[in-house]
Write a protein that binds this ligand. Structure first.
Ligand code: ADP
Ligand code: MG
Length: 231
């Protein structure tokens, strides 16, 4: 139901692991300065993003409710359970990362059909592409789902560098000439995706940029406070 959608909530979701959900969610969170919530108990998000801005749900935790003002990215895996259902339902967009291989595309297509029943604002991201792979895959995807935007993220070591350096792809790319040379393409691809999220259909970015709200209940304390960004 459209009325439940929250404009500064975004879900990155795929039933399968290894499609790049966490990297994509992290880069969006780092770039747009927002919180991140995951249902992966072994997630690395807390090693990258300050603990005040991320929350790892334990197996039996309920879906956490935060004030609508707080911009959040949900990084979710596993089958569509109650929590995943709520996240998808309230999100302005659901990003589905798929890998550029035949079986993964097939699984992705079936999976999108399921998500679509809950929220039809789907953005498909073909992740870890090698040169010249994308155009064909895009055509195939558009053949099934002409109305969903399809973005490409190439295979790049910047994705792991982001984890170690705790910096967005944009920051890493702008570090020095060498990185600018190596990571420019991925950076542009991410810019296109983020730009779409920010400009399409609703006014997410303003909310994000101005937000100084920080989540403080990573350890299950459901308390939220306005705070300063350095904490
Ligand atoms: N565009 C990319 N280029 C290279 N490696 C990538 C890319 N996206 C993800 N990876 C790698 O793939 C693995 C899975 O990524 P991850 O974000 O943890 O996926 P998920 O959260 O879906 O399980 C990680 O080792 C990550 O570094
Ligand atoms: Mg993950």
């Amino acid at each position: 139901m459209e009325t439940k959608r929250m404009r500064n909530r975004l879900t990155v979701y795929h039933i399968k692991g290894g499609t790049g959900k966490t990297r994509i969610a992290l880069n969006i969170a780092l770039t747009l300065d927002c919180g991140i919530i995951t249902n992966d108990e072994y997630s690395i998000v807390s090693r990258v993003i300050s603990s005040s801005k991320c929350r790892i749900l334990a197996q039996h935790d309920d879906f956490p409710r935060y004030p609508a003002k707080i911009p959040l990215v949900y990084d979710l895996g596993g089958k569509i359970d109650k929590r995943v259902g709520i996240a998808i339902e309230e999100s302005r967009y659901v990003i589905v990362p798929i890998l550029p291989y035949k079986e993964d595309i097939q699984t992705g297509l079936d999976f999108i059909t399921e998500i679509q029943a809950i929220n039809s604002k789907i953005i498909i991201v073909v992740n870890k592409t090698k040169p010249k792979q994308f155009d064909n895959i895009r055509k195939v995807l558009k053949g099934y789902y002409p109305y969903f935007p399809v973005f490409e993220l190439k295979s790049s070591t910047a994705m792991s560098r982001m984890i170690w350096e705790k910096k967005s792809i944009r920051e890493i790319t702008n570090t020095n000439k060498l990185f600018r040379h190596h990571y420019q393409k991925l950076n542009q691809q991410f810019d296109q995706l983020i730009n779409y999220i920010q400009t399409h259909d609703f006014e997410w970015p303003g909310e994000f940029k101005q937000s100084t709200l920080i989540m403080r209940d990573m350890h299950g304390l459901h308390a939220l406070k306005k705070g300063n960004k350095n904490e």
